[in-house]
Design a binder for this molecule. Structure first.
Ligand code: 8YV
Length: 319
């Protein structure tokens, strides 16, 4: 059996060994042109990562494909309509990375509010010999809006409310009545209320550039924007304009529109704290994700079912 590995993300060796024990594996980006068409023709399984693209054009070259397992939470790069039409199962790894991604969001927010990276540079540059570092903003008690209230969004809310006594409100497709937080069905209104806006919405056409000039203006000149969801959620040009004009207080970003590339204006922006998509990049989370991928593959091979089928395919695949 042939397994296509469609990711640039570093995979643990034990994970790769387990995949190799299941069949012949090949990385899409390493396949030589002479072998590519044949391998795609034969591949039955595909392992993707959260940021992988598996569009209809690629899937049409894979007539034997039966299962796509995503080594990650997001699957906005997968052509679900094509999968639904052909009965291709798609699984992801929901919830297994929630603690680490939530910790990343909290760390970005704490560092942006208290300006610890700038304070560190103040020492390193010798400036502390001449002056004290400026006063910053407390995270404690901060009005924090969370856009996206899935497993990770809930974990962010829990950590910020319990750990930093933040006042939490949220924006999502639907209100979740069991949550102890105020619900906003309008992101701009949430941004107006909030001192900080944390993004953990899924990517895709429905959320593309959902944070635009209007939302950034509503967040305001002291407002902080944190993004640990998808780079596509934010209109990057609008964000750069707001940072340069000081119409937003700062941002902490772990995801970007065209990873690993990004605009030079963002790189040199003193009030932008940037991380290279490391939210789930821990041994704990990545081992849990790999285990979930393998459980789905083995379950599928044994009885044609999966453990974590994405919700959009549950009806068509009747699982
Ligand atoms: C992935 C991500 O872990 O889970 C997601 O959707 O974007 C990341 O946290 C990364 O893409 C590796 O697969």
């Amino acid at each position: 059996m042939r397994i296509l590995i469609n990711t640039l993300a570093p995979l643990q060796q034990w994970f790769l060994d387990e995949l190799k024990a299941l069949g012949e594996t090949a990385f899409l980006h390493k396949l030589p042109a002479i072998k590519r068409a044949e391998f795609l023709q034969d591949a039955v399984l595909m392992v993707c990562s959260g940021g992988s693209r598996a569009d209809a054009e690629l899937l049409k070259k894979m007539p034997k494909l039966k299962l796509i397992t995503v080594y990650g939470t997001g699957y906005d790069g997968i052509a679900l309509d094509e999968c639904r039409q052909r009965g291709i199962a798609v699984t992801n790894t929901p919830g297994v990375m929630k603690e680490d991604v939530a910790d990343t969001a909290c760390a970005l927010l704490l560092n942006c509010a208290r300006r610890f990276p700038q304070a560190y540079r103040h020492i390193k540059s010798g400036a502390w010999l001449k002056s004290s570092f400026e006063l910053s903003t407390s995270l404690h008690g901060m009005r924090t809006g969370i856009a996206g209230m899935g497993a990770i969004g809930k974990e962010i809310a829990r950590k910020l409310s319990l750990g930093f006594s933040c006042e939490i409100a949220y924006f999502a497709r639907h209100e979740q009545k069991d949550l102890p937080y105020c619900f906003f069905n309008d992101l701009t209104k949430l941004a107006s209320w909030a001192q900080a806006l944390v993004l953990i919405l899924p990517g895709g056409k429905n959320t593309f550039h959902i944070v635009n000039d209007e939302v950034l203006k509503a967040l305001g000149p002291e407002g902080l924007l944190i993004n640990v969801g998808r780079g596509s959620l934010v209109d990057t040009r609008a964000l750069i304009k707001a940072l340069d004009a000081h119409t937003i207080g700062g941002c902490g970003l772990d995801v970007f529109e065209r990873e690993p590339c990004m605009p030079a204006e963002l790189l040199r922006q003193e009030r932008a704290l940037l991380l290279p998509h490391v939210g789930s990049a821990t041994l704990y989370s990545r081992d849990a994700m790999a285990t979930c991928v393998l459980e789905n593959i083995k379950e599928f091979l044994q009885n044609g079912r999966t453990k974590t089928l994405v919700p959009q395919l549950k009806e068509s695949l009747q699982q």
